[in-house]
Design a binder for this molecule. Structure first.
Ligand SMILES: *Cc1c(COP(=O)(O)O)cnc(C)c1O
Length: 421
Protein backbone atom coordinates (compact mmCIF):
# COMPACT_ATOMS: atom_id res chain seq x y z
CA UNK A 1 0.00 0.00 0.00
CA UNK A 2 2.79 2.42 0.96
CA UNK A 3 4.75 1.47 -2.15
CA UNK A 4 1.69 1.89 -4.39
CA UNK A 5 0.99 5.32 -2.96
CA UNK A 6 4.59 6.30 -3.51
CA UNK A 7 4.44 5.19 -7.14
CA UNK A 8 1.27 7.24 -7.63
CA UNK A 9 2.80 10.21 -5.84
CA UNK A 10 5.93 10.22 -7.99
CA UNK A 11 3.85 10.47 -11.16
CA UNK A 12 2.50 13.93 -10.48
CA UNK A 13 4.73 15.28 -7.70
CA UNK A 14 8.49 15.93 -7.71
CA UNK A 15 9.97 13.03 -5.77
CA UNK A 16 6.47 12.09 -4.67
CA UNK A 17 6.58 14.68 -1.90
CA UNK A 18 5.82 18.32 -1.19
CA UNK A 19 9.13 19.03 0.55
CA UNK A 20 12.36 17.29 -0.50
CA UNK A 21 13.64 15.97 2.83
CA UNK A 22 10.47 13.87 3.17
CA UNK A 23 11.54 11.80 0.21
CA UNK A 24 14.05 9.97 2.46
CA UNK A 25 16.52 9.83 -0.42
CA UNK A 26 19.44 10.80 1.82
CA UNK A 27 18.90 7.56 3.72
CA UNK A 28 18.08 5.41 0.71
CA UNK A 29 14.49 4.72 1.67
CA UNK A 30 11.08 5.66 0.36
CA UNK A 31 8.80 7.85 2.45
CA UNK A 32 6.30 6.39 4.86
CA UNK A 33 2.87 7.75 4.03
CA UNK A 34 1.20 8.71 7.28
CA UNK A 35 -2.42 8.03 8.08
CA UNK A 36 -2.74 9.53 11.54
CA UNK A 37 -0.86 10.68 14.61
CA UNK A 38 -1.38 10.80 18.35
CA UNK A 39 1.00 12.03 21.05
CA UNK A 40 4.47 10.61 20.37
CA UNK A 41 3.25 8.25 17.65
CA UNK A 42 2.71 8.17 13.93
CA UNK A 43 0.67 5.50 12.19
CA UNK A 44 1.45 4.83 8.54
CA UNK A 45 -1.01 3.76 5.87
CA UNK A 46 -0.14 0.11 6.50
CA UNK A 47 -1.09 0.45 10.14
CA UNK A 48 2.45 0.45 11.58
CA UNK A 49 2.82 2.57 14.70
CA UNK A 50 6.13 4.39 15.14
CA UNK A 51 7.67 6.49 17.89
CA UNK A 52 8.22 9.85 16.24
CA UNK A 53 11.38 11.91 16.82
CA UNK A 54 10.81 14.15 13.82
CA UNK A 55 7.76 15.92 15.23
CA UNK A 56 7.03 17.47 11.83
CA UNK A 57 10.58 18.92 11.91
CA UNK A 58 9.86 21.00 14.96
CA UNK A 59 6.28 22.17 15.50
CA UNK A 60 5.24 19.16 17.58
CA UNK A 61 6.60 20.11 21.00
CA UNK A 62 3.41 18.98 22.73
CA UNK A 63 3.16 15.80 20.70
CA UNK A 64 0.68 15.20 17.92
CA UNK A 65 -3.00 16.03 18.04
CA UNK A 66 -2.93 17.56 21.51
CA UNK A 67 -6.60 17.56 22.57
CA UNK A 68 -6.65 21.20 23.74
CA UNK A 69 -5.11 22.41 20.48
CA UNK A 70 -7.41 20.31 18.31
CA UNK A 71 -10.42 21.57 20.22
CA UNK A 72 -9.48 25.23 19.58
CA UNK A 73 -8.83 24.52 15.93
CA UNK A 74 -12.20 22.82 15.49
CA UNK A 75 -13.96 25.72 17.17
CA UNK A 76 -12.10 28.18 14.92
CA UNK A 77 -13.07 26.18 11.82
CA UNK A 78 -16.72 26.52 12.71
CA UNK A 79 -16.32 30.28 12.44
CA UNK A 80 -14.87 30.13 8.93
CA UNK A 81 -11.41 29.57 7.56
CA UNK A 82 -10.21 32.98 6.39
CA UNK A 83 -11.61 36.50 6.43
CA UNK A 84 -9.05 38.82 4.87
CA UNK A 85 -9.71 41.15 7.78
CA UNK A 86 -8.13 41.43 11.23
CA UNK A 87 -9.25 39.34 14.18
CA UNK A 88 -8.88 39.50 17.95
CA UNK A 89 -6.69 36.40 17.99
CA UNK A 90 -4.03 38.17 15.92
CA UNK A 91 -3.93 40.95 18.50
CA UNK A 92 -3.65 38.36 21.28
CA UNK A 93 -0.81 36.68 19.40
CA UNK A 94 1.13 39.93 18.97
CA UNK A 95 0.60 40.73 22.66
CA UNK A 96 1.65 37.26 23.73
CA UNK A 97 4.76 37.37 21.55
CA UNK A 98 5.78 40.71 23.06
CA UNK A 99 5.21 39.30 26.54
CA UNK A 100 7.06 36.02 26.08
CA UNK A 101 9.84 37.34 23.84
CA UNK A 102 10.50 40.93 24.97
CA UNK A 103 12.53 41.83 21.85
CA UNK A 104 9.36 41.27 19.75
CA UNK A 105 7.94 44.70 20.48
CA UNK A 106 6.15 44.83 17.14
CA UNK A 107 5.51 41.77 15.00
CA UNK A 108 3.88 40.56 11.81
CA UNK A 109 2.41 37.13 11.14
CA UNK A 110 3.09 35.37 7.85
CA UNK A 111 2.51 31.86 6.53
CA UNK A 112 5.91 30.16 6.68
CA UNK A 113 9.32 30.41 8.25
CA UNK A 114 10.77 31.13 4.84
CA UNK A 115 8.55 34.16 4.49
CA UNK A 116 9.34 35.35 8.01
CA UNK A 117 13.10 35.28 7.49
CA UNK A 118 12.91 36.77 4.01
CA UNK A 119 10.81 39.64 5.34
CA UNK A 120 13.06 40.25 8.34
CA UNK A 121 16.02 40.58 5.98
CA UNK A 122 14.05 43.04 3.83
CA UNK A 123 13.26 45.15 6.88
CA UNK A 124 16.91 45.10 7.97
CA UNK A 125 17.94 46.35 4.53
CA UNK A 126 15.23 48.99 4.57
CA UNK A 127 16.30 50.18 8.00
CA UNK A 128 20.02 50.34 7.38
CA UNK A 129 19.93 51.30 3.70
CA UNK A 130 22.57 48.60 3.10
CA UNK A 131 22.40 45.60 0.78
CA UNK A 132 24.74 42.93 2.12
CA UNK A 133 24.00 40.36 4.76
CA UNK A 134 26.14 37.79 6.51
CA UNK A 135 24.89 34.27 7.02
CA UNK A 136 26.66 31.14 8.24
CA UNK A 137 27.61 28.04 6.35
CA UNK A 138 25.28 25.20 7.27
CA UNK A 139 22.53 27.47 8.64
CA UNK A 140 19.21 27.16 6.83
CA UNK A 141 16.87 30.11 6.64
CA UNK A 142 14.16 28.87 4.31
CA UNK A 143 14.25 28.70 0.54
CA UNK A 144 14.09 32.36 -0.52
CA UNK A 145 16.56 33.25 -3.27
CA UNK A 146 18.97 35.36 -1.27
CA UNK A 147 19.30 32.87 1.55
CA UNK A 148 19.85 29.64 -0.35
CA UNK A 149 23.56 30.03 -0.06
CA UNK A 150 25.67 27.73 2.02
CA UNK A 151 29.14 27.92 0.71
CA UNK A 152 31.12 30.61 -0.97
CA UNK A 153 34.42 29.59 -2.49
CA UNK A 154 36.04 31.10 0.57
CA UNK A 155 34.56 33.53 3.04
CA UNK A 156 35.76 36.67 1.32
CA UNK A 157 34.73 35.92 -2.25
CA UNK A 158 31.34 36.17 -3.94
CA UNK A 159 28.80 33.58 -2.83
CA UNK A 160 27.30 31.11 -5.22
CA UNK A 161 23.66 30.04 -5.07
CA UNK A 162 22.89 26.61 -3.65
CA UNK A 163 20.08 25.92 -6.09
CA UNK A 164 19.50 26.17 -9.80
CA UNK A 165 17.22 29.02 -10.76
CA UNK A 166 18.81 31.63 -8.52
CA UNK A 167 20.74 34.43 -10.24
CA UNK A 168 24.24 34.87 -8.83
CA UNK A 169 23.38 38.55 -9.02
CA UNK A 170 21.02 38.05 -6.09
CA UNK A 171 23.27 35.93 -3.90
CA UNK A 172 26.24 38.22 -4.38
CA UNK A 173 24.86 40.23 -1.46
CA UNK A 174 24.85 37.19 0.80
CA UNK A 175 28.24 36.80 2.46
CA UNK A 176 29.00 33.52 4.13
CA UNK A 177 30.88 33.14 7.40
CA UNK A 178 31.75 30.03 9.39
CA UNK A 179 29.51 29.19 12.34
CA UNK A 180 31.33 29.53 15.69
CA UNK A 181 34.22 31.29 13.97
CA UNK A 182 34.57 34.90 15.13
CA UNK A 183 37.46 35.66 12.81
CA UNK A 184 35.40 34.83 9.72
CA UNK A 185 32.76 37.35 10.79
CA UNK A 186 35.26 40.04 11.62
CA UNK A 187 36.96 39.60 8.26
CA UNK A 188 33.68 40.12 6.38
CA UNK A 189 32.86 43.27 8.34
CA UNK A 190 36.31 44.66 7.72
CA UNK A 191 36.22 43.88 4.01
CA UNK A 192 32.76 45.45 3.53
CA UNK A 193 32.78 48.68 5.55
CA UNK A 194 29.38 50.35 5.89
CA UNK A 195 27.74 47.74 3.65
CA UNK A 196 26.47 45.02 5.97
CA UNK A 197 22.77 45.37 6.80
CA UNK A 198 22.53 42.37 9.09
CA UNK A 199 23.98 39.17 10.43
CA UNK A 200 21.46 36.35 10.40
CA UNK A 201 22.04 33.24 12.46
CA UNK A 202 20.31 30.21 13.86
CA UNK A 203 21.23 30.79 17.53
CA UNK A 204 21.48 27.02 17.83
CA UNK A 205 22.21 25.63 14.41
CA UNK A 206 19.75 22.82 13.79
CA UNK A 207 19.94 22.32 10.03
CA UNK A 208 23.44 20.83 9.86
CA UNK A 209 22.44 18.54 12.67
CA UNK A 210 22.33 20.27 16.04
CA UNK A 211 25.40 22.43 16.59
CA UNK A 212 25.56 24.55 19.71
CA UNK A 213 26.93 28.07 19.69
CA UNK A 214 30.38 28.23 21.25
CA UNK A 215 30.51 30.10 24.54
CA UNK A 216 30.36 33.82 23.79
CA UNK A 217 29.72 33.42 20.05
CA UNK A 218 26.23 34.94 20.09
CA UNK A 219 27.42 37.74 22.40
CA UNK A 220 30.24 38.38 19.94
CA UNK A 221 27.72 38.71 17.08
CA UNK A 222 25.73 41.12 19.21
CA UNK A 223 28.69 43.41 19.88
CA UNK A 224 30.09 43.11 16.36
CA UNK A 225 26.79 44.14 14.73
CA UNK A 226 26.42 47.03 17.17
CA UNK A 227 29.92 48.24 16.44
CA UNK A 228 29.34 48.25 12.67
CA UNK A 229 25.78 49.60 12.68
CA UNK A 230 24.32 46.34 11.39
CA UNK A 231 21.31 44.50 12.77
CA UNK A 232 21.38 41.09 14.43
CA UNK A 233 18.65 38.74 13.23
CA UNK A 234 17.96 35.52 15.11
CA UNK A 235 16.27 32.86 13.04
CA UNK A 236 14.32 31.22 15.86
CA UNK A 237 12.10 29.18 13.57
CA UNK A 238 13.32 26.03 15.34
CA UNK A 239 14.61 27.39 18.66
CA UNK A 240 11.63 29.67 19.38
CA UNK A 241 9.44 28.16 22.13
CA UNK A 242 11.63 25.07 21.85
CA UNK A 243 14.63 25.96 24.05
CA UNK A 244 12.58 28.11 26.40
CA UNK A 245 9.44 30.21 26.37
CA UNK A 246 11.53 33.18 25.28
CA UNK A 247 13.46 31.15 22.70
CA UNK A 248 17.22 31.01 22.28
CA UNK A 249 17.47 34.72 23.06
CA UNK A 250 16.22 34.04 26.57
CA UNK A 251 18.18 30.80 26.89
CA UNK A 252 21.47 32.49 25.97
CA UNK A 253 20.56 36.00 27.18
CA UNK A 254 21.35 37.76 23.92
CA UNK A 255 18.84 40.24 22.51
CA UNK A 256 18.63 40.46 18.71
CA UNK A 257 17.18 43.43 16.82
CA UNK A 258 14.87 41.24 14.74
CA UNK A 259 13.71 37.64 15.04
CA UNK A 260 11.93 35.17 12.85
CA UNK A 261 9.67 32.45 14.19
CA UNK A 262 7.73 29.57 12.68
CA UNK A 263 7.00 25.93 13.42
CA UNK A 264 5.87 25.86 17.08
CA UNK A 265 3.97 29.17 17.00
CA UNK A 266 1.62 27.69 14.43
CA UNK A 267 0.83 24.71 16.63
CA UNK A 268 0.97 22.50 13.53
CA UNK A 269 -0.60 24.93 11.07
CA UNK A 270 1.37 26.82 8.36
CA UNK A 271 2.95 29.85 10.02
CA UNK A 272 5.73 32.33 10.39
CA UNK A 273 6.24 35.53 12.34
CA UNK A 274 8.86 38.21 12.34
CA UNK A 275 9.35 41.21 14.49
CA UNK A 276 11.60 43.12 16.82
CA UNK A 277 12.46 46.61 17.93
CA UNK A 278 9.60 49.01 17.38
CA UNK A 279 11.75 51.64 15.68
CA UNK A 280 12.72 49.08 13.04
CA UNK A 281 9.36 47.35 12.62
CA UNK A 282 7.55 50.68 12.06
CA UNK A 283 9.13 50.63 8.62
CA UNK A 284 6.79 47.80 7.60
CA UNK A 285 3.82 48.72 5.40
CA UNK A 286 1.44 50.39 5.97
CA UNK A 287 3.35 52.23 8.75
CA UNK A 288 6.43 52.54 6.55
CA UNK A 289 8.02 51.94 3.15
CA UNK A 290 9.03 48.26 3.46
CA UNK A 291 6.34 46.33 1.62
CA UNK A 292 5.23 42.91 2.83
CA UNK A 293 1.78 41.35 2.62
CA UNK A 294 -0.11 38.04 2.71
CA UNK A 295 -3.61 36.86 1.84
CA UNK A 296 -3.61 34.18 4.54
CA UNK A 297 -1.32 35.94 7.04
CA UNK A 298 -2.64 35.74 10.59
CA UNK A 299 -5.11 33.10 9.48
CA UNK A 300 -7.85 32.57 12.10
CA UNK A 301 -7.36 28.80 12.32
CA UNK A 302 -3.57 29.07 12.47
CA UNK A 303 -3.70 31.69 15.20
CA UNK A 304 -6.12 29.50 17.18
CA UNK A 305 -3.68 26.57 16.98
CA UNK A 306 -0.71 28.80 17.81
CA UNK A 307 -2.37 30.53 20.74
CA UNK A 308 -3.53 27.21 22.17
CA UNK A 309 -0.01 25.79 21.93
CA UNK A 310 1.73 28.84 23.38
CA UNK A 311 -0.82 29.04 26.22
CA UNK A 312 -0.09 25.46 27.22
CA UNK A 313 3.66 26.11 27.09
CA UNK A 314 3.21 29.24 29.19
CA UNK A 315 0.98 27.68 31.82
CA UNK A 316 2.97 24.47 32.22
CA UNK A 317 5.83 26.10 34.09
CA UNK A 318 7.84 22.88 34.39
CA UNK A 319 7.75 21.89 30.75
CA UNK A 320 11.12 23.18 29.54
CA UNK A 321 13.01 21.83 32.51
CA UNK A 322 11.28 18.49 32.06
CA UNK A 323 12.05 18.34 28.34
CA UNK A 324 15.68 19.32 28.87
CA UNK A 325 16.18 16.78 31.64
CA UNK A 326 14.60 13.92 29.71
CA UNK A 327 16.46 14.74 26.53
CA UNK A 328 19.79 15.13 28.31
CA UNK A 329 19.24 11.75 29.98
CA UNK A 330 18.36 10.17 26.64
CA UNK A 331 21.44 11.71 24.98
CA UNK A 332 23.64 10.47 27.83
CA UNK A 333 22.38 6.90 27.41
CA UNK A 334 23.10 7.02 23.68
CA UNK A 335 26.65 8.29 24.30
CA UNK A 336 27.25 5.49 26.80
CA UNK A 337 26.07 2.71 24.52
CA UNK A 338 27.80 4.02 21.40
CA UNK A 339 31.17 4.02 23.15
CA UNK A 340 32.79 6.86 21.27
CA UNK A 341 31.57 5.82 17.84
CA UNK A 342 29.18 8.75 17.55
CA UNK A 343 29.01 12.33 18.79
CA UNK A 344 25.77 13.38 20.42
CA UNK A 345 25.00 17.11 20.49
CA UNK A 346 22.06 18.12 22.63
CA UNK A 347 20.44 21.22 24.02
CA UNK A 348 16.91 21.48 25.38
CA UNK A 349 14.73 19.02 23.49
CA UNK A 350 16.95 19.11 20.38
CA UNK A 351 19.61 16.54 19.67
CA UNK A 352 21.69 14.98 16.92
CA UNK A 353 23.63 11.76 16.71
CA UNK A 354 26.55 12.39 14.37
CA UNK A 355 28.29 9.33 13.01
CA UNK A 356 31.75 10.63 13.76
CA UNK A 357 33.84 10.21 16.92
CA UNK A 358 35.05 13.82 16.68
CA UNK A 359 33.35 16.90 18.16
CA UNK A 360 30.92 18.65 15.81
CA UNK A 361 31.17 22.40 16.24
CA UNK A 362 30.61 23.81 12.75
CA UNK A 363 29.74 22.86 9.18
CA UNK A 364 33.04 21.22 8.18
CA UNK A 365 33.05 19.04 11.29
CA UNK A 366 29.38 18.10 10.71
CA UNK A 367 30.31 17.05 7.17
CA UNK A 368 32.84 14.61 8.58
CA UNK A 369 29.94 12.38 9.64
CA UNK A 370 29.58 9.03 7.93
CA UNK A 371 26.26 9.50 6.15
CA UNK A 372 26.23 5.91 4.91
CA UNK A 373 26.42 4.74 8.53
CA UNK A 374 23.61 7.13 9.37
CA UNK A 375 21.47 5.69 6.57
CA UNK A 376 22.12 2.20 7.90
CA UNK A 377 21.16 3.24 11.42
CA UNK A 378 18.06 5.01 10.10
CA UNK A 379 16.85 1.90 8.31
CA UNK A 380 17.49 -0.33 11.33
CA UNK A 381 15.47 1.97 13.59
CA UNK A 382 12.66 2.53 11.09
CA UNK A 383 12.15 -1.20 10.61
CA UNK A 384 11.72 -1.47 14.38
CA UNK A 385 9.19 1.33 14.74
CA UNK A 386 11.51 4.22 15.60
CA UNK A 387 11.04 7.20 13.29
CA UNK A 388 14.05 9.55 13.31
CA UNK A 389 15.23 12.32 11.00
CA UNK A 390 15.66 11.07 7.41
CA UNK A 391 19.05 12.81 7.14
CA UNK A 392 22.18 13.07 9.20
CA UNK A 393 21.78 16.83 9.06
CA UNK A 394 18.27 17.15 10.45
CA UNK A 395 17.70 17.47 14.19
CA UNK A 396 15.99 14.91 16.36
CA UNK A 397 13.08 16.42 18.29
CA UNK A 398 11.71 15.31 21.62
CA UNK A 399 8.17 16.25 22.59
CA UNK A 400 6.40 16.40 25.92
CA UNK A 401 4.38 13.38 24.79
CA UNK A 402 7.44 11.08 24.77
CA UNK A 403 7.11 8.86 27.84
CA UNK A 404 9.69 6.94 29.84
CA UNK A 405 8.53 3.80 28.03
CA UNK A 406 9.02 5.45 24.65
CA UNK A 407 12.61 6.36 25.52
CA UNK A 408 13.24 2.90 26.94
CA UNK A 409 11.94 1.21 23.80
CA UNK A 410 13.99 3.55 21.61
CA UNK A 411 17.17 2.95 23.61
CA UNK A 412 16.60 -0.81 23.42
CA UNK A 413 16.50 -0.65 19.61
CA UNK A 414 19.53 1.65 19.51
CA UNK A 415 21.45 -0.70 21.81
CA UNK A 416 20.64 -3.57 19.49
CA UNK A 417 21.95 -1.48 16.60
CA UNK A 418 25.20 -0.48 18.26
CA UNK A 419 25.82 -4.04 19.40
CA UNK A 420 25.26 -5.33 15.88
CA UNK A 421 27.73 -3.00 14.17
C1 LIG B 1 12.25 25.32 8.93
C2 LIG B 1 13.12 26.48 8.98
C3 LIG B 1 12.89 27.62 8.19
C4 LIG B 1 11.85 27.65 7.11
O1 LIG B 1 10.56 27.53 7.60
P1 LIG B 1 9.42 26.99 6.61
O2 LIG B 1 8.17 27.11 7.42
O3 LIG B 1 9.79 25.60 6.26
O4 LIG B 1 9.42 27.89 5.43
C5 LIG B 1 13.68 28.74 8.40
N1 LIG B 1 14.66 28.73 9.32
C6 LIG B 1 14.91 27.66 10.08
C7 LIG B 1 15.99 27.74 11.11
C8 LIG B 1 14.18 26.50 9.92
O5 LIG B 1 14.48 25.42 10.64
Amino acid sequence: MNKTLYERAKKHMPGGVNSPVRSCRAVGRIPKFIKSTKGAYLTDVCGNEMIDYVCSFGPGILGHAHPAVIEKVKAACDEGLTYGAPTEREVQMAELLAELVPSMEVSRLVSSGTEAVMSAVRVARGFTGRDKIIKFRGCYHGHSDGLLVKAGSGALTASLPDSAGIPADITKNTLVAEYNNEESVKALFEANPGQIAAVIVEPVAANMGVVLPARGFLQFLRSMTKQYGALLIFDEVITGFRLSLGGAQEYFQVKPDLSAFGKIIGGGMPVGAYGGREEIMRLVAPDGPVYQAGTLSGNPVTTAAGLATLSILKEDTGIYERLEKRTAGFAGEIRDMAKGRVTVNQTGSLLSIFFTPDPVTDYPSALRSDTAAYADYYGFLLDRGIYVAPSQFEAMFVSDAHSGEDFARTLEVMREYFQAI
